[in-house]
Design a protein. Structure first.
Length: 264
């Protein structure tokens, strides 16, 4: 009998950054990647409606896949509904993705930290509580980028991205204050690391772009039970729209993900 899979969930394809790290640390596992592309972008949703959507979706996903662990590879979903998921489905471990504010506060030398996020993540009390708990000694700027997740999705698909649009999205992250400058920017959306090289090229000065993917994968690894033998099952992907375009199919193939499960 095959071991239960690890389920990785995101609103789109940004969670592939987390899947990539999880595979490195758990090569013996089978992964099922779920993209709620029918609901993307999550920033356009009212909180109550989005919470209901995600909890209802997970009731179906858990019944279908019976995963050992669920990784919520989405800051917006994690800051909104992670505790509800744990409450509704107490027998399933959930690993969330929250802004890496604590490690940023520990690493900064200038004391100027920015959190580059979606508007939804910026609005959450959860995010502000993290700042109060772990970074009260820092000046933390929350930047809710309106269009960056969509730009990242386009970039991942292989489309050419307007550099000036990217520059406008990240510009508010860079602060100069009393001869000090922002030195760490937290990438608080799993889509954003795909654009990290572009960010470095257009940044007005060098900063540390903090990607939480490895830390998320390590947490999932710590919850996984040892396996006597590696899974022989193919990693799979499912899109809630049941209609990924050719670029997405090519991307999934490049990640070694089987799309045959869609609609079944």
């Amino acid at each position: 009998m095959s071991a239960p899979p690890v389920l990785v969930f995101d609103s789109g394809i940004g969670g592939l950054t987390v899947l990539r790290e999880a595979r490195v640390l758990m090569p013996e596992r089978q992964f099922v990647y779920i993209a709620d592309d029918a609901g993307f972008p999550y920033g356009d949703w009212a909180e109550a409606a989005l919470s209901e959507r995600i909890v209802t979706l997970f009731a179906k996903l858990l019944e279908k896949y019976r995963p050992e662990i669920c990784i919520i590879a989405c800051n917006t979903a994690s800051t909104l509904v992670l505790e509800q998921l744990r409450s509704h489905f107490p027998d399933t471990p959930f690993v969330g993705t929250v802004p890496a504010i604590k490690p940023a506060a520990e690493r900064t030398r200038s004391g100027l930290v920015s959190v580059l996020a979606t508007p939804g993540t910026v609005r959450r009390a959860y995010t502000r509580d993290l700042i109060q708990s772990f970074a009260s000694q820092c000046h933390v700027r929350l930047v809710g980028a309106e269009n960056l997740a969509a730009l990242a999705e386009s970039y991942i698909r292989g489309e050419v991205i307007d550099t000036e649009r990217l520059r406008a999205e990240i510009a508010p992250c860079f602060i100069e204050q009393d001869s000090s400058k922002t030195d760490i920017i937290v990438l608080a959306c799993t889509h954003y690391p795909f654009l990290a090289n572009q960010f470095r090229n257009i940044a007005p000065w060098p900063v540390d772009w903090l990607d939480p993917a490895e830390a998320i994968a390590k947490r999932a690894r710590s919850l996984a039970a040892p396996l006597k033998e590696a899974s022989q099952e193919t990693d799979r992907a499912m899109f809630t729209s049941d209609n990924p375009d050719f670029a997405i199919k090519r991307l999934m193939s490049g990640f070694g993900l089987d799309l045959s499960s869609i609609g079944h």
